[in-house]
Design a protein around this ligand. Structure first.
Ligand code: PLP
Length: 220
């Protein structure tokens, strides 16, 4: 056990070192125990990502309250209510229907929930996300005063799973351009792109937040 802890802490520290100081690290802890999350917490990490509602709800109960939980997976509208009381940001808004539900649950909980619009940049059919024009329409409504119980603070994207770095670069660059375009209408803070395999490339392409799991915690 001691050994695993040392490895995970070492991985975490080397990622921290590799990241420029303005880049936010979201430690994606899905499928990993509260004990392991606790090790990183002890090292000062506060931002963790999860992709299953039930798992997140259970972990939130057991872990310190100053953790800023990020929801990063496909979220069913009927489950928003379980995380609405505490979630820091829902990074994966992939339909307007979901946004409407988050807005409703935020109001119920007397809070404003931060969200990112997830844009479909990958080619794979199984990867969710909004088409850019749909996101643009949602953002225009938001600027006009709709969805006032959420704060749309940025964009998120997942690149195609491929060895072809140029392809990934094109997808990240596309999202960065969209982010700049949206920001020119109303300032956005967060551009979340890049995972274990491609976070350095994502940063090169303009990401300011990266979601990293397996190179910290090991393969699941
Ligand atoms: C699992 C997951 C990650 C982290 O992936 P790794 O390759 O393990 O770093 C990042 N983003 C999302 C949306 C995920 O589901």
């Amino acid at each position: 056990m001691q050994k695993i802890q040392e490895i995970i802490v070492r991985n975490f520290k080397s990622i921290q070192k590799a990241l420029p100081s303005h880049i936010e690290l979201v430690a994606v802890s899905k499928n990993h125990s509260v004990e392991k999350i606790g090790w990183l917490y002890s090292e000062g990490q506060r931002v963790f990502g999860e992709n299953r509602v039930q798992e997140l709800v259970e972990k939130e109960k057991e872990l310190p309250k100053d953790i800023r939980w990020q929801f990063v997976g496909h979220l069913q509208t009927n489950k928003v209510k379980y995380i609405a009381p505490f979630v820091d940001r829902i990074q994966s808004v992939d339909s307007e229907k979901l946004l409407i539900e988050i807005d409703k649950q935020a109001l119920k909980n007397g809070r404003r929930i931060k969200v990112l619009l997830q844009i479909k940049i990958a080619e794979e059919e199984n990867k969710t996300g909004l088409a850019p024009v749909v996101a643009e329409n949602i953002y225009a409504k938001y600027i006009a005063g709709d969805y006032c119980n959420v704060e749309i603070c940025g964009l998120m994207g997942i690149a195609t799973h491929t060895e072809n770095r140029e392809k990934i670069r094109e997808e990240f660059t596309f999202l960065k351009n969209l982010f700049d375009d949206f920001s020119s209408k109303k300032k956005m803070k967060t551009l979340s792109m890049g995972m274990s395999e491609d976070y350095l490339l994502a940063i090169e392409c303009g990401a300011n937040s990266v979601r990293i799991g397996s190179v910290i915690f090991g393969e699941r």
